[in-house]
Structures are given as C-alpha cells and as structure tokens.
Design a protein around this ligand. Structure first.
Ligand code: SAH
Length: 451
C-alpha cells in the first residue's frame, strides 16, 4: 500500500511541475557525511508504523535531515503515511525542523501543501480523517509499464491486539466493484497486463455491487448489494488483456472455500497466497485475537493445496508476543515444519503504542526474541530451499518483467508462484508470458531456458 501511495504522490507532484528525484545512494556533504537531501529542495518520507524498527529509522532520518537543514535552511522536510496518522501534530514538537505532515487520506493535496510551506515558511499539517481513503489517479507513476498496484479496500475491522493498522488506516472501506473494474480496464488499456490488488485485509473486500446486473463486464447476475472478494476476482478475470491478478494481504478468517475454488478455476489468478499465521500456539493466537486456532488455519492451508495443487503459500510469524513461553514458541516451530511454507517473514514482536497488546507486559527479553527469530529464519530458509529445488526441471509460466540490469541478453521474469527467474533470450519479451524450463537455482533465484 505504501508503494502505491508513493507512486500516487510522485505522479501528482510531477503533474504539478515538481521534478521528483530518487533517493541518493551516495550523496555526501563536504566532510564526507552521507546526505539524504542531496540535490533536493524538498525531502518527503512515506512512513510505516507497523513495527517499531521502521519508525526508528524514520526518527533517525529526521534527525539527520534536521542537521542538513542547518546548513541549508531552505530545505523543506515532509512526512506522509501511517506515522503521521499515529503521532499527528506531536511530531512537530519533537522535530521542529519538520515542515509538512500529510495524512494517508490527503495525498492529492501534496503539491498545494508544499507550495503553502514554500510561501509561508510555516509548519503545515493536513491529516483529515474524513478524506477519501483510496484514490485512483491516472497520474500514478508506476515502476513498470506492465504491472500496477490497485488498492481495492483499506483499513481493517479485525482487532489483532498487536496491530496498529486499525488506528492508522481506520475501519474498512471498499471501492465499489464498478470503480475497481473501471480502473482495471483503464490500466489494461494503458498496457498493464498484471494487477496486484491491495488491501490491509484484501480478502474481506465488500464493495458495492454494480448497479445493473446486465452490464457488459459483469457476467454474473447478483441480487446482493455488496460484492464479496471471490466474485470481484471473477469479474476481473473477464477483462481481456489482463493476464495475471495477484492480491495481498489476506486474513485467514476471510480465506474461504469459495475463494480457493475461484482461484482453482481461474488460471489468471496468481499461484501465490500470502496468509499470515503469526503463531502456532492456540494460547498466543487467542491473545492476539486472530480468530482461528492452529488446527483451523492448517485445515485451510490443506484445503487450498488440495484445490490448487501448484499454489505457493507464504506467511508472517511474530515471535516474542507477550506471554510466549518456550512451549508456545516450540508450537510455532512445529507449525513451520509441518506447514512447509514457500516463504515466511519472521518478526520480533514490538509494542505499538495504543494497541490492546501494549497493555500486556512485553515480557520476552529481546535476546530471546532474536534467538527465536534467527532459529525460525534458518528453518524456513531450509524448507524454502528444498521446495525451490523440487521445482528445478519443471516447465513453468513466467511473466517477463524486463532486462537484467547488468547482464546483457538476460531477462528477469516472475513465475505464477511469484518466484524470480533469470533467463537468456535474444529478443525483448518484456511484458509477455513465456514458458521456461527451470534449469538451476542460485539462492532464491532460478535460471530458466525458453521452451
Ligand atoms: N494485513 C496487513 C498486515 C501488515 S503488517 C497488511 O498487509 O497491510 C505485516 C506483518 O507485520 C503482520 O502480518 C505481522 O506479522 C507483523 N506485525 C504487525 N504488527 C506487529 C508488531 N506489533 N510487532 C511485530 N510484528 C508485527
């Protein structure tokens, strides 16, 4: 979602005459210190609040930018994204060098707000909760001509006790099915072949159904006022020229048999399913208010694999949630070994102020969290390696993303399972689907051969 929001911000700023420059990798001041503001009049940071670590990096960068501003008083420093929603105007007190704060629902106002700071040199904050939460913009600056992110819902009505998202993004809001399909068709007309549908809880999508049941693009007549996620997927699959549809992130309680069946019968839907488990211990799952037990989660994974045999399932795990004992941790370890995910993000629990879990004692010492985190990462790495190795020799559909940045005559592609492949080819097949035989594996990247 943040990537999409940044792409909207860049597109709108460019349309308004701003020149957007990428973050400098090697910028330095005259003493050889790294400079974040190298070459820029305005530095904007889009932020995430999900984990403390991400926030700490932003605080650190604000400090660095503050020093740079002493040498260059005209520099404008701006912050957007979830940290703005979480901390609001308090940030101005902590960082007086900050000029601008823009909420997640006010991105379109960025050009005007920057000009306001330029003219008045006063601190400006625009954090309007009743602004529009998802906006489609034809000016969005995509990083690929063939792939686009498409938010279909935002916010979250779940109450996971560790999570700050309901506070920063608010309650669930879904785009209407009509708007999603219209935007998807517009993107396809613009050359997009692959869409990634976005939502904090994407599979609980529930947008208004199309007003008429006879519209050209809605093959299924429905009486209900809202469209659930599986039928939105089916509508999108009808769009000619749209060749792959991915989505992220799903919550297990909205991962239904109906959704699995829609995936099974639609080859356009990506064969990667990201389904956060968080913990293998029922006691911890209950404390997290994840709304499922381990057995219920496992039953879903088993059913999905039964219905969609080539599906790649990835997950998120949190270690060190308050009250996680050695037994609870061992249950998570067994879960990873039993479920054999294709990939997993393992996080150390961090307290998020204002969340229900912040009232519980953060009682797993940091060293133990790190130790558990490292052990699970190592287990998951081995499983992923084994699963990837088993794919070598298979012939698989691959979307060609573009040229390899260094090796001429080589191309990057992504399998339906969202794994990366490099392959040689004389011709530029960017934006096309090809069949590749997977011949080798280097770390997590395959090498393929056109067949
Ligand atoms: N459904 C959301 C979840 C994003 S957060 C979305 O995709 O937008 C991604 C992951 O961060 C979660 O699945 C969880 O594993 C982890 N996470 C969330 N809050 C956390 C916290 N307080 N400490 C550590 N990890 C956390």
């Amino acid at each position: 979602m943040n990537t999409y929001d940044s792409q909207v911000a860049v597109g709108i700023l460019e349309k308004e005459g701003f020149e957007v420059i990428p973050e400098p990798e090697t910028g330095e001041d005259s003493d050889g210190n790294p400079m974040l503001s190298e070459g820029a009049d305005v530095v904007l940071m889009n932020t995430c609040s999900v984990r403390q670590h991400a926030e700490e990096r932003v605080w650190g960068r604000l400090g660095m930018l503050g020093k740079e501003k002493q040498a260059n008083p005209h520099l404008i420093i701006g912050l957007m994204g979830c940290m703005v929603e979480e901390h609001r105007e308090k940030i101005f007190k902590r960082f007086p060098q900050l000029d601008l704060m823009v909420g997640t629902r006010n991105i379109k106002e960025l050009p005007r707000l920057i000009r306001e700071v330029q003219e008045t040199r006063r601190q400006v904050a625009r954090i309007k909760r009743d602004g529009i939460s998802i906006e489609y913009s034809e000016f969005t600056k995509r990083d690929s001509p063939y792939h686009a992110w498409l938010p279909i819902m935002t916010g979250c009505n779940k109450v996971c006790t560790f999570c700050v998202v309901p506070m920063t993004r608010g309650s669930e809001v879904s785009m209407s099915a009509e708007d999603v399909c219209r935007e998807a068709r517009r993107l396809v007309a613009d050359g997009v072949k692959w869409l990634t549908l976005l939502g904090q809880n994407v599979n609980s999508y529930s947008g208004h159904a199309p007003r008429t049941t006879h519209h050209e693009s809605w093959p299924v007549a429905r009486g209900s006022w809202s469209e659930p996620f599986p039928s939105l997927l089916e509508m999108l699959c009808q769009i000619d020229g749209l060749e792959r549809i991915s989505f992220t992130t799903s919550h297990p309680s909205d991962a239904t048999e109906d959704l699995f069946r829609v995936i099974a019968r639609n080859p356009k839907i990506s064969r990667r399913f990201h389904l956060p488990l968080q913990s293998g211990s029922d006691k911890i799952l209950k404390r997290m208010k994840r709304l499922h037990t381990y057995a219920e989660y496992k039953a879903k994974v088993d059913r999905l694999r039964e219905l969609v045999s080539d599906i790649s399932i990835t997950t998120d795990i949190i270690v060190g949630f308050p009250g996680e004992t050695e037994d609870d941790y061992q249950a998570t370890k067994r879960a990873l070994e039993e479920l054999r995910f294709d990939g997993g993000y393992i996080y150390k629990y961090s307290v998020r102020p204002g969340t229900p879990a912040s009232k519980l004692p953060d009682d797993v010492p940091f060293e133990r969290k790190s130790q558990r985190n490292n052990e699970l990462l190592a287990i998951q790495r081995v499983i992923m390696g084994e699963k990837n190795k088993a794919l070598v020799g298979r012939t698989i559909a691959v979307f060609v993303e573009g040229p390899h940045p260094e090796n001429q005559g080589e191309w990057f592609g992504r399998m339906d399972q969202d794994k990366r492949v490099i392959f040689p080819c004389e011709e530029d097949l960017s934006g096309k689907f090809v069949k590749l035989e997977l011949v080798e594996l280097h770390n997590e990247t395959f090498r393929g051969r056109l067949v």
